[in-house]
Design a protein around this ligand. Structure first.
Ligand code: ADP
Ligand code: NI
Length: 214
């Protein structure tokens, strides 16, 4: 099992050499570490979880004109090439296609304990101090305002509207980041999410205090 994981980690590290900071190798490494921690407390197939964590952002649809099939096909082709068993390959592909936040807003077509774990690990990396850094990094990439008191946050029902929204980055906290704690699949991730959630709330309190100038 370890040679498959090592080869996959090498492949992903090379593929993501020039990736932007929100989805670079360090994001993958953090998600992989979250998966390993969750697996200390949850029962699931370790190889599937680790391979899916490593490959889950190999081609983000946001940077491929919304094409959600590129990631799973690159991952599948790579794993088949290094002779990973077909059922593991298929499972990893299913996890990658089903774990995006957007997939979770729509019809979810696939369930497994392994999907739950990798999804939790990825969502944890969107919370807390790292989550805040990633949100402002993404907002900068999209040239968004940090905050605008005249634009209240609201939850976008429509996926396209959400993607194309020009809302300030602070709105993203209310539209997604503060909701993540309630979306954890496993008890272990729910515990890990607690501290990160409290930190984001404290951050917002401080943000408004400074915004008002005191
Ligand atoms: P993931 O790759 O973790 O499934 P996304 O690709 O949706 O999730 O987001 C990657 C990172 O960019 C996350 O930390 C997320 O909070 C941040 N992000 C996504 N959309 C926005 C947005 N509209 N404003 C600010 N940050 C965003
Ligand atoms: Ni991710």
């Amino acid at each position: 099992m370890q040679p498959y994981i090592d080869q996959t980690a090498d492949f992903v590290r090379r593929q993501l050499t020039h990736a932007e900071a929100g989805h670079d190798w360090w994001h993958i490494l953090r998600v992989w570490n979250n998966v390993k921690f969750i697996l200390l407390h949850e029962q699931a197939d370790r190889m599937t979880c680790e391979l899916a964590a490593l490959l889950h952002d190999i081609a983000d649809s946001k940077f491929h004109d919304g094409d959600e099939s590129i990631g799973p096909s690159i991952a599948g082709e790579f794993l088949a090439n290094i002779n990973v068993a077909t059922e593991v390959v298929t499972h990893v592909q299913a996890i990658i296609s089903n774990m995006s936040y957007k997939a979770s807003l729509g019809i979810v077509s696939f369930h497994s304990k392994e999907l739950e774990i990798v999804q939790d690990a990825d969502r944890l990396d969107a919370m807390g101090a790292i989550g805040i850094a990633r949100a402002f990094h993404y907002g900068g990439f999209k040239n968004r305002e940090l905050y605008n008191p005249n634009i209240p946050p609201h939850v976008h029902q429509d996926k396209e509207a959400y993607k194309n929204s020009t809302a300030p980055t602070l709105n993203h906290f209310y539209e997604k980041l503060l909701l993540l704690k309630g979306k954890m699949n496993t008890a272990t991730a729910r515990r890990m999410a607690e501290e990160r959630h409290v930190f984001m709330e404290q951050y917002l309190t401080q943000f408004y205090k400074e915004w008002e100038g005191n």
